[in-house]
Design a protein around this ligand. Structure first.
Ligand SMILES: CC(=O)N[C@H]1[C@@H](OP(=O)(O)OP(=O)(O)OC[C@H]2O[C@@H](n3ccc(=O)[nH]c3=O)[C@H](O)[C@@H]2O)O[C@H](CO)[C@@H](O)[C@@H]1O[C@H](C)C(=O)N[C@@H](C)C(=O)N[C@H](CCC(=O)O)C(=O)O
Ligand SMILES: Nc1ncnc2c1ncn2[C@@H]1O[C@H](COP(=O)(O)OP(=O)(O)OP(=O)(O)O)[C@@H](O)[C@H]1O
Ligand SMILES: N[C@H](CCC[C@H](N)C(=O)O)C(=O)O
Ligand SMILES: [Mg+2]
Length: 487
């Protein structure tokens, strides 16, 4: 593509040199990845400033640079007001506006995004569609999976991969939309057809100023939905039982469909029954009801199923197909995942890493446990410090014994994180064991018939990051080894 054609999508810019006949073979935001005739876009990051890598981009053969402040270069430099916005616009234009050709579903909220996205993906697959998915665990395009660095990657990655999805015949793409992504413009230009809200509770207060700022970031998915009116309808799917639902309903110009546990909502779960082996309820919609028996455990899972069912229903998928998918789901890796190694007590690995998710999971276990509850939990380093005492408090409140241990301490001192956690606890009922393997082992050695051990915080993760270094660590694997050492 010619640079001149690509720049048609921007209205305000100045070029330091003639751009006539400048060729753009690709777009890069990382100088290390630049190849001949790529356009390099300088982004001011949290760690370094992309404007400092122009020389490397040039050396590697970039044909032009997009910058938001003056820089020296022998190739054309296009000065824009905001290079992050330019990245989103140019990527979209370069890849031919791929989300216009996909049925795109975005899921936001503090907890339940990954689970809900997987449920949505499964229902669309059950409806014989080819699907794409982008989220915390991985990216999927049809049958293939790819690793991702962020829950919601940057706009260049997104547009490039949406384009790949279009090429591979994907009908529906579902993605998690984090508050970071909304705040940092990673989803600018994504033409969502359905925006889903799960819930809001404390997390990420290292990044967002306060809870109001966090809610404002989440609301961007709804205020940006549609960006005007389209022939094809756009919908916001909102949890009616969440205290912020009114705010989010008012944030969008599009039609809102609510879900919840009572008649205030449009899509409801009636006659709910929760057991240790699953849930059953009647899914009520404005166009009829259907009875569902799912292996997913806990009231929070019903909310995730309602969000997924509402999305599918709005997309024209039959209630029978929705039922079939929800009844056959295997659940999601690291979300309330049972560890089965022949033991006579329960072990559950779960990704709860916020006070609210931990409370939901522990309340659920408490409702069916026959004997005691043990919790193994830690908190991540370089992340919201204020959630540490709250998570410890929740763990001790719902358990018979808590093992406070390390999650991913990252650059922080593991002991200092545990001290922060301990500040939330008055009294006893817990032990501090810095080494996660030892903590899991301790819990396993103490468990007897009918007990349940909840190993929280790391879910699907297959690494532990200590002192900035990642080593292999998998809670399920470690728990199995501990159990096997007992028998
Ligand atoms: C705080 C934050 O969001 N950081 C994101 C940000 O990194 P950064 O600002 O540090 O980037 P940087 O290293 O300063 O680089 C700036 C620019 O210089 C470029 N560069 C850099 C080095 C070089 O040699 N040459 C070069 O050109 C980089 O490619 C980049 O364009 O931009 C990167 C590229 O898009 C992201 O991968 C990175 O996410 C990091 C890994 C991260 O941990 N983010 C977390 C906080 C996050 O975003 N989490 C949310 C949700 C979590 C949840 O829901 O619970 C998520 O969506 O993942
Ligand atoms: N609807 C829900 N409400 C509250 N807690 C939930 C809900 N769904 C799942 N959880 C809990 O939150 C944990 C994380 O779930 P999930 O990975 O689906 O959320 P997420 O929003 O994608 O999280 P992240 O922001 O880390 O990507 C689960 O392991 C479970 O403990
Ligand atoms: N997406 C979340 C995941 C936290 C998972 C937990 N294991 C941790 O490392 O803190 C975050 O980056 O804050
Ligand atoms: Mg997630």
């Amino acid at each position: 593509m010619k640079l001149g054609n690509l720049l048609e999508t921007l209205h305000v810019y100045t070029a330091t040199k003639s751009i006539e006949n400048v060729q753009v073979n690709g777009i890069k935001m990382d100088s290390r990845a630049v190849q001949k005739n790529d356009l390099f876009i300088c982004i001011e990051g949290f760690t370094v400033d992309g404007h400092d890598f122009v020389a490397q981009a040039e050396e590697k053969g970039a044909s032009a640079i997009i910058a938001q402040k003056p820089i020296e270069a022998s190739i054309p430099v296009i000065l824009v007001n905001d290079s992050t916005k330019a990245l989103a616009k140019l990527s979209n234009h370069f890849y031919g506006y791929p989300t216009n050709h996909l049925h795109l579903v975005g899921v936001t909220g503090t907890n339940g995004k990954t689970t809900t996205s997987y449920l949505i993906d499964s229902i669309f697959q059950e409806a014989q569609q080819t699907t794409g998915l982008i989220g915390t665990i991985q990216m999927k395009i049809g049958e293939n999976t790819y690793p991702v660095k962020n829950t919601t990657p940057d706009s260049l990655f997104l547009q490039q991969n949406f384009s790949q999805m279009v090429d591979e015949g994907v009908d529906t793409a579902v993605m998690e939309v984090s508050s970071h992504a909304l705040d940092l413009g990673r989803v600018h230009g994504c033409d969502f057809d359905i925006a889903v809200y799960t819930n809001l509770s404390q997390d990420h207060l290292d990044f967002h100023k306060d809870m109001d700022d966090y809610l404002r970031a989440k609301s961007l998915l709804f205020s940006q939905l549609g960006n005007g009116y389209h022939q094809k309808p756009k919908y916001a799917v909102i949890n009616r039982d969440d205290e912020h639902s009114d705010f989010l309903i008012k944030s969008t110009a599009q039609e809102v469909i609510t879900y919840g546990l009572d008649d205030r909502a449009d899509i409801v779960a009636k006659n709910l029954s929760l057991t240790a082996s699953g849930t059953s309820f009647t899914l009520g919609t404005p166009k009829g009801d259907i009875y569902i028996e799912s292996p997913l455990v806990g009231k929070f899972s019903v909310y995730n199923m309602l969000a997924a069912a509402s999305t599918a229903w709005l997309s024209g998928i039959s209630l029978e197909t929705i039922k079939k998918s929800l009844e056959h789901t295997k659940g999601v890796r690291g979300r309330f995942e049972p560890v089965l190694a022949g033991q006579d007590f329960g072990v559950i690995v779960d990704y709860a890493h916020t006070p609210d998710s931990l409370e939901n999971v522990l309340k659920t276990v408490k409702s069916f446990v026959e004997n005691r509850i043990f919790v193994v939990v830690g908190c991540g380093g370089d992340r919201d410090r204020t959630k540490r005492p709250l998570m410890a408090q929740v763990a001790v409140k719902y358990s018979d014994h808590t093992y406070l241990t390390s999650d991913n301490p990252r650059s922080e001192d593991p002991k200092a994180i545990l001290e922060d956690m301990e500040k939330g606890i008055t009294g006893e009922g817990y032990t501090v064991i810095v080494d996660r393997r030892e903590a899991i082992n301790e819990a396993v050695q103490h468990a007897t018939a009918g007990d349940v051990i909840v190993i929280a915080g790391k879910g699907h993760e297959t690494y532990q990051e200590i002192n900035g270094e990642r080593t292999h660590f998998d809670d399920v694997e470690v728990a199995k080894e501990s159990i096997q050492s007992r028998y």
